[in-house]
Design a protein around this ligand. Structure first.
Ligand code: HEM
Length: 419
């Protein structure tokens, strides 16, 4: 068998934290291979990148999630016991629960609700000297997510609940202090959602049967039992919390509209579903998820390399989306590349690869794309604003990352045909 090249260094955990989104591409360049061995978090790991790598990584016969996710990630971002780490029938049952919430009608509902919250904010923005777009998107999406999921968010708790979700998302790939903030936020967030699950179960709160709150509260596992209250709270969080992550893509996209003004014109006209191409390119080009982890289920050989049972394998998500063999001019922002894109579940994987129903691919991918398309169109068609001089650069060493200024906009005005 062909040995897998080994990256320099005894344990690369520190390099990963220091180099962030650069870490995997740097190592690949150094060993001149899309696959290499290293040690991360005290474990031997195989890192790989590209369409074929994604295809094998998302084969449920070859990989499992049990024991693969780093504990800190479970404690702050995903929640302990969530579907991200489940395998086989247990995963399928839980995934069915999620997909039953994201029907086309419900995706449409969310888009409508989110646009209503965005439009309401414009009234406030018109009276403000300046608006920090990133923060506003986080709040709008928290409001919209709770309403869509079927439970109330009192006006006086909007700030706290938004900040908690933001702290949880901001906690991955970072310093100890960001992890601690994320963990503390998660404890309070889960307690809040436990209260909602209990109220729904007791009939004190009566959300419609198609909402996430109802579906999670009454869901039954393969053993016929309801989820324990804590796990139900964690999954209710997974049904709307990731929506707030879309604020990163929205801010990057709005910054791209400013930096490439022709894209704003094209969004205004929206010929050939330009807003779709634009949203896809934002998800491909801008960094958000760096990588995903899984473990080898049983020994197998792939491309003449041996994969031994229980080895940790890391798939380079950002690197695959920017891989020069898969994308021409991969490091340039070109929405039109998606006009004739043939589609592949493994080369464009900002929200995971493979099949949404069978594997771990993001259950909220359609939701994300719908919200992005409609928000970018709204920005181009329904309002005008100025973007003053500011620092819109973003660090590839920080995970997650966003434009330094958060995108400040001023002089917001409704367009004549605002509705
Ligand atoms: C899973 C990314 C938005 C719900 C995932 C995964 C990624 C991801 C990388 C893991 C794939 C894997 O395990 O291999 C994103 C990004 C988003 C986003 C970048 C937007 C910025 C959403 C939204 C929702 C959502 C809006 C729902 C409201 C989920 C769920 C899973 C998941 C439930 C677990 C799927 C499973 O393990 O089977 N997402 N996501 N995500 N996402 Fe998202």
């Amino acid at each position: 068998k062909t040995p897998i090249p080994r990256a320099k260094g005894i344990d690369n955990s520190l390099s990963l934290i220091k180099e962030g989104f650069h870490f995997l591409p740097n190592q690949r360049k150094e060993v001149e291979s899309d696959i290499f061995k290293t040690r991360i978090l005290g474990q031997k790991a195989i890192c790989m990148c590209g369409e074929e790598a994604a295809e094998v990584f998302y084969d449920p016969d070859k990989f499992k999630r049990k024991g693969a996710l780093p504990k800190p990630l479970k404690m702050s971002l995903f929640g302990d016991g969530s579907l991200h780490a489940l395998d086989g029938e247990d995963h399928r049952n839980r995934k069915r629960m999620f997909l039953s919430m994201f029907t086309p009608e419900r995706v449409e509902d969310l888009k409508k609700i989110a646009l209503e919250h965005l439009a309401a904010k414009v009234d406030v923005w018109e009276k403000s000297d300046q608006v920090i777009f990133f923060g506003e998107m986080q709040e709008i999406l928290t409001r919209a997510g709770c309403e869509w999921a079927g439970f109330p968010l009192e006006e006086e708790e909007v700030h706290q609940r938004t900040e908690e979700i933001v702290a949880m998302i901001d906690s991955f790939g970072g310093s100890l202090s960001r992890f601690r903030d994320g963990k503390k936020a998660r404890d309070s967030h889960e307690e809040w959602l436990e209260g909602i699950i209990k109220a729904v179960r007791k009939g004190k709160m009566n959300p419609p049967a198609y909402t996430a709150a109802y579906i999670v509260a009454h869901h039954r596992e393969n053993n016929g039992k309801r989820l324990d209250v804590r796990t139900a709270a964690i999954e209710l969080s997974n049904a709307f919390r990731p929506l707030i992550a879309t604020a990163y893509f929205l801010t990057f996209g709005a910054a791209a509209m400013h930096e490439h003004p022709e894209t704003a014109h094209k969004l205004m006209e929206n010929k050939d579903h330009y807003s779709h191409m634009f949203s896809q390119e934002v998800r491909r080009y801008y960094p958000f998820v760096p990588a995903m982890a899984a473990k080898v289920k049983e020994d197998f050989v792939w491309q003449d390399h041996k994969f031994k049972k229980n080895t940790l394998v890391i798939l380079d998500i950002f690197g695959t989306n920017r891989h020069p063999d898969l994308w021409s001019d991969a490091d340039s922002f070109i929405p039109e590349r998606f006009r004739d894109w043939k589609g592949s579940p493994f080369s464009f994987i900002p929200q995971g690869g493979g099949d949404h129903h069978i594997g771990h691919r993001c259950a909220g991918e359609w939701l994300t794309v719908y919200v992005m398309r409609s928000f970018f169109q709204f920005l181009a068609q329904n309002i005008t604003y100025d973007v003053p001089e500011q620092d819109l650069s973003y660090s590839l060493e920080r995970m997650p990352t966003f434009p330094v200024s958060g995108l400040v906009i001023t002089n917001v005005r409704k367009q004549a045909d605002f509705n």
